[in-house]
Design a protein around this ligand. Structure first.
Ligand SMILES: O=C(O)CNC(=O)[C@H](CS)NC(=O)CCC(=O)C(=O)O
Length: 282
């Protein structure tokens, strides 16, 4: 498929998993109705600041689980590919036949699962860089590694829409990860996120556009965007950026979707005329 429509869903997820799932369902339907063949949900779409993540976490592939069952059904119902933001998983990825290892210290993995149009899981990426950062906002100190264990694998997967590179939120600040995805010839990089308002105002757009330009790829930033509780405010500005760095669609804050058509022939023509990949010296 050379020209496909893609969408990012923006949410203001609360601590109420059922309300968040209802919102996600409505917004996925809106994206599918707008013609999107691939939809990206934001980070922690199902629960944000809802207490210990382990209480919502599932075993990878458990289609009887509330979250994976919902996501699989949504992909199948709408016939879309779904990059399901992140959900908490209890296990590390199983490696070639070795059973998945259970985490035993109460933490979970922040996993971005990719579902195909039949509702099957075709890829999993666990966030590599954890946000243990002080920010001059009401929350002040973020300690993601208290609740989550970082992943350690770079993941690219072929979908019906494009060759997808997977990242999550704070990963956006690490160009070396995007370079690895570029080396694996990713054409579209997804960034489900929950950027803080303070750091988002300063860096979100410039980082997304820089990653798109330097790696000659589309970048989809699907953000949390609003006030979640008295401590937590996120920046939103979900957007789809093309390989030239143009912002094709953006939504400042609140629930909604952004939609854009991607043009892979144009991407490959740009890579031919400006062969950054083969000009690398380092
Ligand atoms: O903890 C949760 O519930 C879900 N995860 C998040 O919200 C994460 C960790 S706190 N947020 C970020 O990584 C923000 C990154 C950011 O804002 C930046 O890089 O500037």
């Amino acid at each position: 498929m050379v020209h496909s429509r893609v969408a990012a869903v923006q949410m203001v997820s609360s601590a109420d998993i059922h309300a968040n799932i209802a919102s996600a369902s409505r917004l996925i339907a809106k994206a599918a109705a707008a013609g999107a063949a691939l939809v990206v949900l934001p980070e922690n779409f199902a629960v944000l600041d809802g207490g210990p993540q382990a209480q919502f976490a599932e075993h990878e592939g458990d289609m009887n689980g509330l979250l994976q069952g919902f996501l699989s059904a949504q992909a199948r119902l709408h016939g879309i590919e779904l990059v399901a933001g992140t959900i908490p998983l209890l296990t590390r990825p199983s490696r070639d036949g070795v059973d998945a290892e259970l985490l035993t210290d109460g933490r979970v993995r922040p996993a971005s699962l990719v579902f195909d149009r039949q509702g099957g899981i075709i890829a999993r990426y666990d966030k590599m860089h954890l946000f243990d950062v002080e920010v001059s906002d009401r929350q002040a100190r973020y300690a993601e590694s208290d609740s989550f264990e970082a992943g350690d694998e770079v993941v690219v997967v072929d979908t019906g829409v494009a060759r997808l590179g997977l990242t999550i939120c704070y990963d956006l600040r690490f160009p070396e990860l995007f370079r690895r995805l570029f080396n694996e010839r990713a054409e579209l990089v997804t960034v489900p996120s929950a950027f803080t308002r303070v750091t988002g105002e300063a860096h979100w757009e410039v980082l997304l556009r820089a990653r798109a330009i330097e790696n000659q790829c589309y970048v989809i930033g699907a953000g949390q965007g609003g006030v979640h509780n008295e401590r937590r405010e996120t920046y939103g500005h979900s957007m789809i950026v093309d390989p030239w760095g143009r912002v094709l669609d953006v939504l400042a804050d609140g629930e909604g979707i952004v939609v854009a058509d991607i043009d892979l022939p144009a991407l490959h023509e740009l890579r031919r005329k400006m062969p950054v990949f083969s000009h690398r010296r380092l």
